[in-house]
Write a protein that binds this ligand. Sequence first.
Ligand code: SF4
Length: 185
Amino acid sequence: MAESDIAPVLTTRRDEAMGFIERMVSKGLGWARKYSLFTYPYATACCGMEFMSVSSARHDIARFGAEFPRFSPRQADMLMVIGTINLKQAPILKRVYEQMCEPKWVVAFGVCASSGGFYDNYAVLQGIDRIIPVDVYIPGCPPRPEQVLDGLKLLQDKIANQTHRVGHRGTTPHDLMAQNYSLTK
Ligand code: SF4
């Protein structure tokens, strides 16, 4: 048996040491944040049509509290990367991500954003997770609006289960991931 299999589970993690009030506040903030997502639609290609479809009346993303697109990264907390990202655009996407305030979440919309899709060539970024952390990947070329809503619900579950703090100024998981990304770049 490997040593890692018999190692005791650490019980001193900070999350587990949270008090009752702190847990209730975190739950309330998580509930509020998951139903008030402000989207920055970084749309570059054909998937943009599907974003329009999911935002309009038939599929109505407003039912999930994510209806307001914001075209300033400082006013958005969900970055939706919609379409093919080529290498010339990669630094711009990274800057947009860095300009967003915490807490923030990233959705890769369609296979081009998730993995480069069928553009397996020298000009296209083979997945946005090479430069920024991604929370939810939505497959499809393009994904149907139902898939997008499904991805949104996955993200909402993730947000609800995260730890939220009032006025937290420490290093966030996204900060750590972003540091690792810049180190490995
Ligand atoms: S995933 Fe398909 S539909 Fe979406 S941007 Fe790429 S090629 Fe276009």
